[in-house]
Design a protein around this ligand. Structure first.
Ligand SMILES: [Zn+2]
Length: 359
């Protein structure tokens, strides 16, 4: 079975053209960390990691995306631990305990935007009380429990979010840059348990990380004469990290995840319902195959109206990432993640295999 620590060899074994593309996008280097545990620690090490040998010499793989300069450190020792798929009954209780919150009656519990509310089949919008940006809305799900989603509901949340973006653009023709996100539960930054996503619209230029990606993809196209996003998908698929997806949509477990089990979905348009369903299927796989209960979803797309800068070849990119066990008080992000590189335990090959099982 393929594993992340074999990545340099897996890239070397690719057919010539795939290998050339992989090598111009990815830099994968392995190193070994060594330690010398005292006798007194052996029993604990064996029960936690299987054997003392496994800990004495640990293989660490650093993967850097040369185009975007995103990067991740994988520790084989941590990656080898089984993925936790248990569901926590206390979490259900905790979610139920907050029923009756303001999002349970958004008409009276939340403010409207200056352009009113967008009403969907399974959700409606509100104006965020303390805003990130000039336009900052909330897509309030009809469901209190954020984990009770279905493909139809997810599609509704996305469509309602996009319609909110169009309303913001009508209200301010400069607010062309739209961002849709879903922070599910507290570890993912969600301060309210009731199911909700958020949308913002900004002026002048896109948010810095999206703008950086646009510039990186343009430089890549100028240098190599091909689309960065197509090549990124191709490399992941050639290595066996692709996930099942409908026509026109591509999905894979990322080789440079920002944190655990990151998935990336790429499609031509956020209006495409089959794309919404692919996102929902990925989230269902998260919850049912990988035991994820708290996650971030980020929808990155070109501006909703023409701009001076060049967005050609820039698709809709959706990132999904697991934020860990909701009962764990240790944050999943420290100084390494904030300032240097992500440190990740889950093996992207194991994540992709979980999705094969789910079909
Ligand atoms: Zn509620």
């Amino acid at each position: 079975m393929q594993k992340i620590s074999d990545l340099p060899a897996l890239i070397e074994a690719l057919p010539a053209e795939d290998r050339a593309i992989a090598e111009r996008i990815l830099d994968a280097t392995a190193t070994t960390g060594q330690l010398d545990p005292p006798e007194e620690m052996h029993a604990w090490i064996e029960s936690s990691f299987g054997s003392v040998e496994a800990v004495r010499e640990q293989r660490i793989l650093k993967v850097t995306n040369r185009v975007t300069l995103e990067g991740t450190l994988f520790n084989e020792l941590r990656a080898r631990r089984p993925l936790d798929t248990g569901t926590d009954l206390n979490l259900e209780r905790e979610i139920e305990a907050t029923r009756g919150d303001p999002f349970c009656h958004p008409e009276t519990g939340t403010p409207a935007d200056v352009f009113g509310r967008v009403q969907g089949e399974h959700s409606s919008t509100a104006s965020n009380v303390a805003k990130y940006d000039g336009f900052h809305g909330v897509i309030v799900f009809d469901d209190h429990n954020p984990l009770r989603f279905t493909p139809e509901k997810v599609s509704d949340y996305v469509s309602v979010g996009l319609e909110w973006g169009r309303k913001a653009l009508e209200a301010d023709p400069e607010a062309r840059y739209f961002f849709l996100m879903w922070n599910c539960l507290w570890r993912a930054g969600g301060s309210i348990i009731h199911g909700h996503a958020q949308a913002t619209a900004t002026r002048g230029s896109h948010y810095p990380k999206v703008e950086r990606l646009r510039r990186a993809a343009l430089s890549y196209a100028a240098e190599h004469g091909s689309n960065y996003f197509d090549d990124l998908c191709r490399v992941h698929e050639a290595l066996g990290l692709g996930l099942p997806a409908p026509d026109g949509v591509r999905a894979f477990a990322s080789l440079t995840p920002v944190k655990e089990k990151e998935l990336i979905l790429i499609g031509p348009s956020l209006e495409d319902e089959s794309f919404h369903h692919a996102v929902a299927a990925a989230l269902e796989g998260y919850v049912h195959e990988l035991g994820v209960t708290t996650f971030n979803a980020a929808f990155c797309l070109p501006p909703l109206a023409p701009t001076e800068e060049d967005w050609s070849g820039f698709p809709v990119v959706v990132h999904l990432v697991d934020r860990g066990d909701p009962s764990n008080r240790t944050s999943d992000m420290g100084a390494m993640e904030l300032y240097r590189a992500s440190v990740v335990a889950s093996d992207p090959f194991a994540v992709a295999r979980a999705f094969e099982r789910s079909i």
